[in-house]
Design a protein around this ligand. Structure first.
Ligand SMILES: CC(=O)CC(=O)SCCNC(=O)CCNC(=O)[C@H](O)C(C)(C)COP(=O)(O)OP(=O)(O)OC[C@H]1O[C@@H](n2cnc3c(N)ncnc32)[C@H](O)[C@@H]1OP(=O)(O)O
Ligand SMILES: NC(=O)C1=CN([C@@H]2O[C@H](COP(=O)(O)OP(=O)(O)OC[C@H]3O[C@@H](n4cnc5c(N)ncnc54)[C@H](OP(=O)(O)O)[C@@H]3O)[C@@H](O)[C@H]2O)C=CC1
Length: 293
């Protein structure tokens, strides 16, 4: 475990917050998970129990280790329950106004020395830091989905992030078994600057009728050895998140090559957000999932 960090709070109990809680609890930290939706908190804690039970069943953890890990994740139903956190990882939806409101509210209950980290996929770390009471103790700690499986964490300093904060976050990421890369604070950082325009291009390829969903995904899986096709991956990430990232790239870099595909906009407007909504480029209510185009 990293020195000076024993309790980690996760705000936002969606797919990323829940995965972060599992990865962190697995490595000995106490974890507190908070979400505005109480049912999400319960589902996240239950999801953690299922994850560790599978780890024990498949021999990846001893039964006793798995049970200990489960007991380290607790749900929180008020921000005041996060008061003893040494590190807070914010993983609410990719919306700047929402995130700054969360930082303002949580700052009131945190210890002065607590580190505040954001799992944002694209937003300016410096600008988010400026909305907090601790820009020196603020940074981007960008996990990849699914968190328990993916090896990388991208670290991003804001202009005011202190060296101590950066070093503590790096030690923490390494202590939970992740490899670290460092990105400068530019829209969407490194991984998403490259990955999400590729996904957007796949959606244009669909929009312009070059190929259907199946042809595009099969092409990239078998032709480029990607583990998931780009449309399957977009559904996995969440189409709302993909659109937000494209908008940040488009506005932040002022280059038309980042224009979000109108079909992506349409799917998000329809509420077809991908796997988490039951429908996106595939309909997950069918088994196996059926392409929607
Ligand atoms: C948007 C952003 O800001 C940044 C991002 O995250 S971009 C997205 C980055 N992620 C990717 O690109 C993921 C691409 N996809 C993959 O790598 C793979 O399809 C995958 C790892 C998700 C699944 O791999 P797979 O071989 O097809 O499936 P499967 O055999 O079922 O799973 C492999 C392992 O992952 C585990 N796994 C799969 N999904 C999981 C999840 N959601 N949570 C926990 N574990 C999971 C499985 O349990 C399995 O573990 P074991 O090997 O220990 O049994
Ligand atoms: N999806 C991905 O592949 C990746 C996403 N990220 C980033 O992680 C963050 C979360 O993404 P993801 O987990 O996919 O999104 P999800 O939509 O799965 O989860 C977001 C969660 O935040 C909750 N929430 C909304 N407002 C608040 C609030 N005020 N306080 C607490 N919780 C709130 C949402 O609740 P409700 O649904 O009720 O609104 C939801 O449970 C985003 O910044 C995203 O860019 C980073 C890496 C990869």
């Amino acid at each position: 475990m990293a020195s000076n960090i024993s309790t980690v709070a996760v705000i936002g109990a969606g797919q990323m917050g829940s995965g972060i809680a599992q990865a962190v609890a697995k490595h000995g930290y106490q974890v507190v998970v908070y979400d505005v939706a109480e049912n999400r908190v319960r589902e996240s804690v239950e999801g953690g129990a299922r994850y560790f039970s599978r780890q024990a069943q498949t021999g990846k953890m001893l039964e006793s280790e798995a049970q200990d890990a489960v007991s380290r994740i607790r749900g929180a139903f008020a921000l005041s329950d996060l008061a003893d956190a040494d590190l807070v990882i914010e993983a609410v939806s990719e919306n700047e106004a929402l995130k700054t409101t969360v930082f303002r509210d949580v700052s009131k209950v945190l210890k002065a020395q607590a580190i505040l980290a954001t799992n944002t996929s694209s937003l300016s770390i410096t600008r988010l830091a400026a909305s907090t009471d601790r820009p020196d103790r603020f940074l981007g700690v960008h996990f990849m989905n699914p968190v328990p499986v993916m090896k990388l964490v991208e670290l991003v300093r804001g202009i005011g992030t202190s060296q101590e904060t950066f070093a503590a976050a790096k030690d923490f990421a390494v202590s939970i078994g992740k490899s670290v890369t460092v990105s400068e604070d530019f829209p969407a950082f490194i991984v998403n600057r490259i990955l999400i325009p590729m996904i957007n291009e796949a959606i244009y390829t669909l929009y312009e009728g070059v190929g259907n969903v199946e042809a595009i995904d099969t092409g990239m899986k078998l032709g480029a050895n990607h583990p998931m096709g780009p449309l399957e991956l977009a559904d996995f990430i969440g189409l709302d998140t993909c659109l937000s990232i494209m908008q940040v790239l488009h506005e932040g870099l002022a280059d038309s090559k980042y224009r979000p595909c109108p079909l992506l906009v349409k799917y998000v407007e329809a509420g077809w957000l991908g796997r988490k909504a039951g429908r996106g480029f595939y309909d997950y209510r069918c088994d196996p999932p059926r392409p929607t185009r």
